[in-house]
Design a binder for this molecule. Structure first.
Ligand code: C5P
Length: 218
């Protein structure tokens, strides 16, 4: 079984995908972390994310592993536990830049298919139901009000950086969505056979139960 959950930043997909995977005893794969890993590695090397040839080289040589852990999963980038480095908006913006590059997408999509082909996986991202696994058994497309998505991202990041400005985070989330929706290759778009879930005003538990109910009704 392959479950695809796509949607814009802050729509709740990673949180819910993780819980759904746990309840079903499936693997959870956060494909956004793979684009982030490329942007983060470039940043560490002092490179900007705009050079497609260099980014493709990084994407091709990086070893990205998803390892189940007590709180969901660890992301190991060349063996280093990288989640804390990947989850910030600078890396997020870099990820959106590298995600618009054809050769980077080809390399990461191939890795995602390889990871997912064993089945029993919940994979979240922007193009899982449309490009990575168009034959997925169940597809969800999460949406939510942009201000609420910005607020969720702010709450998530605030503990590590108390000086964050909510307005700036909302603006960054909007900007990243705009880029994801309008890029030429694999833009963020709902698959025709996906179920749209508006998570605005809903709790994590409500959304998780809704998704599980739909999967069980297959
Ligand atoms: O989901 P997350 O916010 O971690 O994704 C970071 C960025 O990676 C997104 O803004 C998007 O540009 C890109 N991405 C993508 N396709 C995916 C997952 C993420 O283009 N399947």
């Amino acid at each position: 079984m392959i479950i695809a959950i796509d949607g814009p930043a802050g729509s709740g997909k990673s949180t819910v995908a993780k819980l759904v995977a746990k309840r079903l005893n499936y693997r959870y794969i956060d494909t956004g972390a793979m684009y982030r890993a490329v942007a983060w590695t470039a940043q560490k090397k002092g490179m900007g994310p705009a050079d497609e040839t260099a980014m493709a080289q990084i994407a091709g040589s990086l070893d990205i592993e998803f390892v189940p852990s007590a709180d969901g999963q660890l992301v190991l980038v060349d063996g280093e536990n990288a989640m804390a480095h990947l989850k910030n908006e600078t890396v997020g913006r870099g990820a959106a830049t590298v995600a618009a590059q054809k050769s980077v997408r080809e390399i990461l999509v191939a890795k995602q298919r390889q990871i997912g082909e064993a089945g029993n996986v919940v994979m979240d991202g922007r193009d899982i139901g449309t490009v990575v696994f168009p034959q997925a058994d169940k597809k969800f497309f999460f949406i939510a009000d942009a201000d609420e998505r910005g607020r969720r991202r702010y709450e998530e990041l605030k503990s590590k950086n108390p000086n964050l400005d909510l307005k700036i985070i909302i603006e960054e989330v909007r900007q990243r969505d705009h880029e994801d929706r309008n890029r030429k290759i694999s833009p963020l778009v709902m698959a025709e056979d996906a179920l749209e879930v508006d998570t605005t005003g809903l709790s994590i538990e409500e959304v998780t139960n809704h998704v599980l109910k739909n999967i069980n009704n297959l």
